[in-house]
Design a protein. Sequence first.
Length: 289
Amino acid sequence: MAKKRRPFFRKRRGPDGEEYVRPPRKRIPLKKGIFILPSLLTLTSIFLAFYGIIASIKHEFVLAAALILAAGFFDGIDGKVARLTNTATRFGLELDSLADVIAFGVAPAIMIYMWALIDLGRLGWVSSFLFVACGALRLARFNVQTGTIDPKRFNGLPIPGAAAMMATTVLFFYKLELEPSDYNFWILILNTFMAFVMVSSIKFHAFKDLTLVKGKPFSSTVAFVLLLALLALSPFVVPFLICAIYVISGPILTLWLMNQRRNQRDKPQEPAVTQTPVGQEEVSETPPA
């Protein structure tokens, strides 16, 4: 007679011999446990920007520029994480706007002032103030216009784009071993230009329409790999060129849209052709003689 196998895990029994049933564990709802994740990413962006300010004060400008770019990465993913986890809140939106002012307004303004504009005196710090003020106005206008304008295009240069342009300029000068004091007037013009482009009505592509990527996934993947290769070959020059191309693309896109609207307005409209129903004769307005 075969021996009956005993179960590997024995059932626990109480003192009275009845089977012990473990009480169910208290589960924490997913939203209450994960809603803080986007805010933590935003706070990381603020931390990197503050560290960048300290680095600028210590004249470690390459580190400051890299920290501003890293803050831009965390600023870009916090909103996407909030939407993916369905934890987008009004609190997170307000915190993100405040973080953008610090990370992409105050931090790059101090970096550029300490790096190249400090020798220009009052003109230098006024230009840096314009960068911060126009960046804050750009964010306020974006929050007000959300849902009322075309989401595929930005109205004015986004403040992260302006900060990236100035940060990559620092890296570009460092790579080519150029002295910023020799070009402080041109850097002043660039800084002031970035400030006014942010509050302008120039249209910039928002890269939210991924129709081309979805339509040609293989070609898009190859292009992305080539971009990574270029970044690996020259990490100090290629980002500057990418930011410069994006800034220049804004006026070109705006002129193209204006030309499209002008052509549509000047295009003659064809008169509507009215067809007479079959079996119905035209009624003459001339009375019979």
